[in-house]
Design a protein around this ligand. Structure first.
Ligand code: APR
Length: 229
């Protein structure tokens, strides 16, 4: 018999216990940096060095952290389910934990791409991108990140995937950023939805919801208990 499919939407909260700051919690990244200065195409045009440095620091940190038990819990689930992860995170902690099916909606920190041809994507060697580093066509490389104001190219695929879920799970996202936050609207009527997040959020619009108001580590343990055959 083929396995049932669990589609998991993750956000910054699943990596919080690995030591990576979230964006909108108190002390989060968007409290320390203005989105308009570091995470828009206009910012990159105005001051590419500042934007490159912002992502260099985040990339450097990524080499210093490890996946946590929530990432590993999703790997464990693969024994019993066809687990498809849709992540808003640009870290690679799902992959390093061992998850085999991971879709990155907002790009990947360890990758860079050409400013002349977005199809030219490279895995950066080490943490540091420099102003003056160029693609094979000679144009400046930029972080492979979906900035505010840029289209989220993976959304049609992610929406299609969400509509095939037998179970939909949301972990560690404030559901503030669209279109990612709207993916839950694509689940088929009657599909059970689990949400693991310790924060307050508006969830009254989500039908058949089981809310686990806990951090990702303990919350995913409960989820495993619930979903293990
Ligand atoms: N475990 C689980 N959830 C946690 C934890 C934890 N230990 N700590 C915090 N959280 C929750 C918060 O309660 C909040 O709901 O994680 C969520 C983090 O929300 P945001 O900071 O808004 O992050 P996210 O939803 O991933 O942001 C979406 O915004 O800036 C962009 O592109 C960026 O992908 C990002 C997008």
């Amino acid at each position: 018999m083929s396995k049932q499919r669990i589609v998991v939407l993750t956000g910054a909260g699943i990596s919080a216990e690995s030591g990576i700051s979230t964006f909108r919690d108190s002390g989060g990244l968007w409290e320390k940096h203005d989105i308009m200065d570091v995470a828009t195409p206009q910012a990159f045009e105005r001051d590419p060095a500042l934007v490159i440095e912002f992502y260099n620091q985040r990339r450097k940190q990524l080499y210093e952290v490890e996946p946590n038990e929530a990432h590993y819990a999703l790997v464990e689930l693969e024994k019993y389910y066809d687990v498809r992860i849709i992540t808003q995170n640009v870290d690679d902690l799902h992959e390093r934990a061992g998850s085999t099916q991971v879709m990155h909606l907002h790009g990947e920190l360890k990758k860079v791409r050409s400013t002349a041809d977005e199809q030219l994507v490279y895995t950066l060697d080490g943490w540091e991108l420099r102003l003056g580093d160029t693609c094979e066509k000679g144009s400046q490389l930029r972080p492979h990140i979906v900035w505010f104001g840029e289209p989220v190219d993976m959304i049609p695929l992610a929406a299609e995937l969400s509509s095939t879920a037998d179970v939909f799970v949301i972990i560690g996202t404030s559901l503030n950023v669209y279109p990612a936050a709207g993916l839950v609207d694509y689940v088929r009527p009657g599909t059970p939805v689990y949400l693991i997040d310790p924060g307050p959020m508006q969830v009254s619009h989500i039908p058949r919801l089981t809310l686990i108001r806990e951090k990702a580590g303990t919350g995913t343990k409960k989820l495993l208990k619930e979903l293990m055959p």
